[in-house]
Design a protein. Structure first.
Length: 132
């Protein structure tokens, strides 16, 4: 199945219904929000234990959202199969907390990003619905 990908400049005037923001929106404000940087920051904060680092390594990713989603699915599968274990839930909680700590740490002061935020607000104001 192939999909046509349009250049933003060719559709931007007609595209006003809704917009879905992802981590890329945060990265547009500050590159410290990219996943490799967040993982490194979580390591420096000693928020990632060796057991949860193994999950990142196993999945060959630095993407916190992917790792959290996989662990969430694993918890649901374990529950459905009657597997009694707490390691998956603990890993999910540790990674979630590590991500929160890293984001808090790298979060730029408002004064440093105010111009980027104003441009972002101007851009977002053209959409009826914005979901993050």
């Amino acid at each position: 199945m192939s999909h046509l990908i349009y250049n933003w400049s060719s559709i931007s005037e007609r595209f006003t219904d809704g917009l879905l923001l992802s981590n890329g929106a945060s990265r547009a404000v500050d590159e410290g929000f990219d996943y490799p940087s967040l993982r490194e920051q979580a390591r420096e904060l000693k928020a990632l234990t060796r057991d949860v680092e193994k999950v990142f390594d196993c999945l060959k990713t630095t993407d916190f959202e992917l790792v959290l989603r996989v662990l969430w699915h694993a918890q649901n599968v374990n529950c459905a199969l009657g597997v009694k274990e707490k390691l998956t839930q603990k890993a999910y909680q540790r990674i979630r907390n590590a991500l929160i700590q890293a984001v808090r740490y790298v979060h730029a002061p408002y004064s440093e990003v105010v111009d980027k935020l104003r441009r972002g607000i101007s851009f977002l104001s053209h959409f009826r619905t914005v979901v993050s």
